[in-house]
Design a binder for this molecule. Structure first.
Ligand code: RFL
Ligand code: PHB
Length: 389
């Protein structure tokens, strides 16, 4: 087998890269170690920045998004006794969209299977090889158990945080930065109409809570918990009690309903640089992880592959290396901005058990809720800064 770009991983990064390349006449093959059902059911991100929506729309993937997605003009920031609304169009002229990552992935898979580049599910033993030369290859075993070799011009490592690509880059050198936070999120999906127009990010002495949604009839909610806690300790009643206490405000209640999914997610910041070794390029969670508080992970993955698609097109169509040579540095500038913003939102909203920290957090929240400059800084970062390069 031969292709121009061998893509490891069919998450949003790998699938969108394949699509963007196909639109520019570059062929690719996507290799995924899970099944289609598994990839389409994995519940993760919910918020798309304006540029992510524009990129998906330009790639011909905007129809269902614009029909079923919910455009949001702001967020509510809450601390006990106060629920303050940040109006994004007023502050920075942009909006965000609620459209689940599951739906983005379903749209990308459907487009790929309807005459797009090959997408192979349930492959195993995936190994990028000879990435320092001009003719790298990917060895893998296909779903029937047959060993295969995919000869490529370039390999894209879009295989997420636990993938095989990053270790190949880091064994040649580079640097890692990591911060593990002393809290985790307990996330639920519930068949309940959201009781709020905008997402609510709430600071509370018992810990952070977030009220999000997936549709007019499905809510997605999160509670700050101890990372060592087990989901078995959290009955549905205990979760709803915690949510209603932490989100409490006079004259308003959380709307409850059957919980259809619940899990505990660790939170970390992680950056690996450079995002390239020879002909192997990393994008998305394969190179960096942010805590979900800033809603940046999926959007960063889209920003990476937007840059990478342009850089690879220049390399493969014109033989020019300027953009691939600049890729890692250009992508990392945005990665660090989003890493800072996600860390800042996380630090402002999650209680640590320390009274000094609590006073600093409340002071920062009051500042964002009273100063237009402070609110604009949050709004510009949350809705997404322009893609460089
Ligand atoms: P993914 O989605 O992890 O996809 C990687 C794919 O590679 C496959 N794979 C392999 N395939 C072949 N061979 C191997 N050896 C392989 N190893 C792995 C995997 O099966 C998978 O299909 O990475 P990608 O594409 O970079 O996308 C990144 C996003 O998924 C991630 O950043 C976001 O979900 C983060 N995130 C959020 N981001 C946002 O922008 N907005 C949000 O509101 C938001 N909320 C969240 C989130 C992540 C969460 N979790 C669960 C970590 C909320 C949560 C709860
Ligand atoms: C979500 O809806 O899953 C979501 C929304 C906002 C965040 C994180 C996750 O900051």
């Amino acid at each position: 087998m031969r292709t121009q770009v061998g893509i490891i991983g069919a998450g949003p990064a790998g699938l969108l890269l394949s699509r963007l390349l196909a639109l520019r006449g570059i062929d690719s093959v996507v290799l995924e170690n899970r099944s289609r059902e598994y990839v389409e059911a994995r519940i993760r991100a919910g918020i798309l920045e304006q540029h992510t929506v524009d990129t998906l729309t330009d790639a011909g993937l905007g129809d269902r998004l614009r029909r079923e997605g919910l455009e949001h003009r702001g967020i509510h920031l809450q601390h006990p006794g106060t629920r303050h609304t940040l109006d994004f169009p007023e502050l920075c002229g942009r909006t965000v969209w609620v459209y689940g990552q599951t739906e983005v992935v379903k749209d990308l898979v459907a487009a790929q299977l309807a005459g797009g580049p090959p997408l192979l599910f349930e492959v195993s033993d995936v190994r990028p090889e000879d990435v320092d030369g001009d003719a790298p290859r990917i060895r893998f075993t296909d779903a029937d158990g047959t060993p295969q070799v995919l000869e490529c011009d370039v390999i894209a490592g879009t295989d997420g945080f636990h993938g095989v690509s990053r270790p190949v880059v880091t064994e040649a050198g580079g640097r890692l930065w990591e911060r593990t936070y002393p809290y985790a999120w307990l996330g639920i999906l519930a068949d309940a109409a959201p009781a709020t127009d905008e997402l609510i990010y709430a600071w509370h002495p018992e810990g952070f809570a977030l009220y999000s949604m997936r549709s007019p009839s499905v809510s997605r909610l999160y509670l700050q918990v101890d990372p060592a806690d087990s989901i078995d300790n959290w009955s549905d009643d205990r979760i709803w009690d915690g949510l209603s206490r932490r989100l409490d405000i006079d004259g308003w209640t959380v709307s409850t309903g059957p919980v259809t999914e619940k899990s505990i997610l660790p939170m970390r910041s992680f950056v690996s640089a450079p995002m390239r070794r020879g002909r192997l390029f990393l994008a998305g969670d394969a190179a960096h992880i942010v805590p979900p508080t800033g809603a940046k992970g999926l959007n960063l993955a889209v920003a990476d592959v937007t840059l990478l698609a342009t850089a690879l097109t220049r390399l493969l169509r014109e033989g020019r290396t300027d953009l691939v040579d600049a890729y890692s540095d250009t992508a990392l500038r945005r990665v660090w901005r989003c890493t800072h913003f996600s860390w800042w939102m996380t630090s402002m909203l999650h209680t640590t058990g320390d009274d000094f920290d609590a006073e600093l957090q409340l002071s920062q929240l009051r500042r964002v809720c009273s100063s237009e400059a402070a609110a604009r800084e949050l709004a510009e970062n949350y809705t997404g800064l322009p893609i460089e390069g």
